[in-house]
Design a protein around this ligand. Structure first.
Ligand code: DAH
Length: 440
């Protein structure tokens, strides 16, 4: 992809090159097929623009997508109404947003450092690449939603090292509760203090000077929401990292929530921050529509979770299109525990294995995941990939047959064909024994 900079007299096409000097004469910038007015805020580069539409979070074999699916599954399964999920998911919203969406709607002050040109990729003074998924909170509330997840790519100017990249992915969420739901067993309790009139929110000055709650909310409503929020998030972290994960809550500040917290988990001898959350500022709800509710919100980064879960040492690997990387996450159960193995530079060997299934099995009932596990059990670390190559039903005998390609690669040395053949024979023998198949 390229950025087209148009001046009054000519078009300037720039590829992989910053254009601060060219900017002086530039009047428009083209991003993602659309033309925008350029101004002295414009700092988006062609390289950054090239990441738009990669949608790693939606690519089936990308680790970010596996973590996304696990989080979505958790929220789908934990909150249902009449068998239907309560949360709706927005994972395809355009990353090009207004400064109103990214900042003003979220009560981020004019002079807040997160607005700085040095921190964001601006298309112009009023349009930028979203710096967080929270940017969509108000528009989705305005459209009438009450429980939703927003998932996508976010852009921040930052150093590039093994844990930082200017583009990363976030999951943000909002859960709104009305009095009838929050206090099902206590109809006498209220969300709002008596001096706040939800039908006339703009006559009230909401204060956050009390660390325990916003002045419009009752302490009961705030504490109940805090309890639910923390339980839901701990549940999610346990689904990802296991029941025994060590965690702690840390008080935090965000302009759009009060009170606010960060959740840290103990990982590889360090406390690692995994998310920010809190009770949504009532002004945001009042401006966007729902006036009779209290809500919690949270936001987390997918890269950090994926790197910890799968032991991926460098954030840049997420962008890899190399088969040696992606194949490690291919065709895997989303809940499988996967440990990333650095891609070897040594050549690979591919051997095929074809077999007839016994009459008790068909090409549709054969459990390929069981077979993959067996291959890994026998072959160990030299197995790089197992792919289904062919399915076949014999026209006369009606016997069913499958063919798999097994890719062998050692991480530290070149394998000989003789060694590979030996492992391959062992796998064939174990397959015959385990599934009662006949090698073709
Ligand atoms: N937007 C924040 C960030 O990018 C994370 C966050 C914190 C999101 C609290 C929320 C929230 O929705 O309630 O750092």
């Amino acid at each position: 992809m390229k950025i087209l900079l148009r001046t009054n007299r000519f078009y300037l096409t720039l590829l992989n090159k910053t254009y601060s000097t060219a900017l002086k004469s530039v009047t428009t910038v083209q991003v993602n097929g659309k033309e925008y007015r350029a101004d002295d805020y414009t700092n988006i580069t062609p390289k950054i623009t090239s990441y738009i539409n990669r949608n790693l979070h939606l690519k089936k074999d990308n680790p970010l997508s596996l973590v996304r699916q696990r989080i979505v599954n958790y929220f789908y399964a934990s909150f249902t109404h009449g068998g239907n999920p309560v949360f709706s998911v927005y994972d395809n919203l355009s990353p090009i947003v207004s400064t109103r969406q990214n900042f003003d709607d979220l009560l981020i002050p004019e002079d807040h450092p997160s607005r700085a040109k040095s921190d964001c990729y601006y298309i112009n003074a009023s349009v930028l690449l979203r710096a967080h998924m929270t940017a969509h909170q108000s528009e989705l509330l305005r459209s009438g939603l009450d429980n939703f997840l927003m998932i996508g790519d976010v852009y921040r100017r930052d150093e590039i090292d093994s844990t930082h990249f200017p583009v990363f992915h976030q999951v943000d969420a909002v859960r709104l509760q009305r009095k009838e739901h929050l206090f099902v067993n206590h109809p006498d309790l209220n969300i709002f203090e008596p001096n706040y009139d939800p039908t006339n929110p703009h006559t009230f000055t909401n204060s956050i000077s009390d660390p325990s709650k916003q002045s419009c909310h009752t302490l009961e409503a705030t504490k109940l929401m805090e309890g639910q929020l923390k339980n839901h998030l701990i549940g999610m972290v346990k689904v990802l990292f296991g029941e025994n994960i060590k965690y702690r809550w840390v008080d935090a500040y965000f302009p759009f929530t009060h009170p606010s917290w960060e959740l840290e988990i103990y990982y590889e001898n360090n406390w690692m921050e995994v998310l920010g959350c809190g009770i949504m500022r009532n002004e945001i709800l009042a401006n966007a529509g729902p006036t009779n509710s209290i809500a919690y919100a949270f936001g987390l980064g997918l890269e950090r979770l994926a790197m910890a879960l799968y032991k991926i040492p460098d954030i840049r690997l997420m962008w890899s299109t190399d088969d040696g990387f992606l194949s490690q996450f291919q065709d895997r159960d989303v809940n499988a525990s996967i440990e990333y193995k650095p891609v070897s530079i040594y050549p690979h060997c591919t051997n095929d294995l074809s077999f007839w299934l016994p009459p008790t099995l068909t090409i549709d009932t054969f459990m390929s995941n069981d077979f993959y596990d067996l291959v890994r059990d026998i072959g160990g670390d030299v197995i790089e990939q197992v792919k289904l190559k062919d399915k076949f039903i014999h026209p006369k005998s009606k016997k069913h047959s499958l063919c798999y390609s097994i890719v062998y690669r050692h991480l530290e040395r070149t394998l000989t064909q003789a060694e590979v053949n030996k492992v391959h024979e062992d796998i064939a023998a174990a397959t015959v024994k385990a599934f009662n198949v006949a090698i073709r």
